[in-house]
Design a protein around this ligand. Structure first.
Ligand SMILES: [Zn+2]
Length: 271
């Protein structure tokens, strides 16, 4: 079965991800990523940047590998600079989407400050990915510290409704508020959710049943066409994550949609 990973961070110059990769025994390099994809039948992935230097890194990676789609990580702490950087690149079609770090940067998705990013995304057919749900304490993107009220998935409804043509991915499905995410993707035609980042390293046995139930609810309430596979690599290995999806009690048709078909429809419509 083919797979597309909608959420990876191959930003090899980031020390935070390098440390995580080390503890997960993951070869955190371009060749390590390509080997892991090959071994697990992963046909392509989204490579998500965090800041200026990692945006450069994912763009270069995508330049060498056509099956890797780069996503521009927006820094709202230095919003004008970040916008100027994106604007310069948007028209050339290098980046396939943008990522906004909401709870890490204490900005609501419906903040007027973000309108110009949405305009750019709409005009250049870029997908907008929002970090939602829990914030990882080792990531520091704002002086005040992360606040999850900004990354609650219910906040996405307003921006999805007022920008009906903009393609939106609710990253991490707002975990632990996955039921709220199921409602948002069910209600809004333009909204999808990825299931990345639900576990770090190996899946923990004591929480597996809970996670399987969450995934089933998301797929059956939100819609099998709306849920996307993602890992948050190198925070988790692709093999373990594919196993998790395959073994959670979904039908093979549902699994195919989550692992591959939805991403194919979303990102490769014209090819
Ligand atoms: Zn991520």
């Amino acid at each position: 079965m083919e797979v597309f990973d909608c959420h990876t961070h191959p930003t090899f110059n980031s020390s935070m991800f390098s440390d995580a990769a080390k503890s997960n025994n993951i070869d955190y390099s371009e060749s390590g990523l390509l080997r892991e994809m090959e071994k697990n039948g992963v046909a392509g992935c989204m490579a998500i940047g965090l800041d200026e230097s990692s945006n450069r890194c994912v763009a270069e990676l995508a330049n060498r590998n056509r099956n890797i789609l780069p996503i521009y990580g927006v820094e709202t702490q230095t919003i004008e600079k970040s916008y100027a950087g994106l604007k310069k690149l948007a028209a050339s079609g290098v980046f396939r989407g943008i990522k906004l770090y909401l709870g890490y940067e204490n900005v609501y998705p419906f903040s007027k400050r973000l309108d110009k990013f949405y305009r750019l995304a709409e005009n250049n057919d870029m997908t907008v990915i929002f970090h939602t749900g829990d914030t990882w304490q080792s990531i520091k993107r704002s002086k005040q510290g992360s606040m999850v009220k900004y990354s609650h998935p219910l906040n996405i409804d307003e921006v999805a409704t007022t920008h009906p043509e903009m393609k939106i991915i609710i990253a991490h499905s707002g975990n632990p508020w996955t039921e709220d995410t199921a409602e948002i993707v069910y209600k809004n035609k333009n909204c999808y959710a990825d299931i990345s980042g639900w576990f770090f390293g190996k899946p923990q046995n004591d929480s597996m049943d809970l996670m399987k139930d969450k995934l089933k609810f998301l797929v059956r309430f939100g819609g099998k066409d709306k849920i996307l596979f993602g890992t948050d690599w190198p925070l988790a290995g692709m093999h373990d994550y594919i196993n998790f999806v395959s073994e959670c009690g979904l039908t093979s048709n549902e699994i195919e949609h989550v692992l591959y078909k939805n991403a194919k429809r979303l990102f490769f419509q014209n090819s």
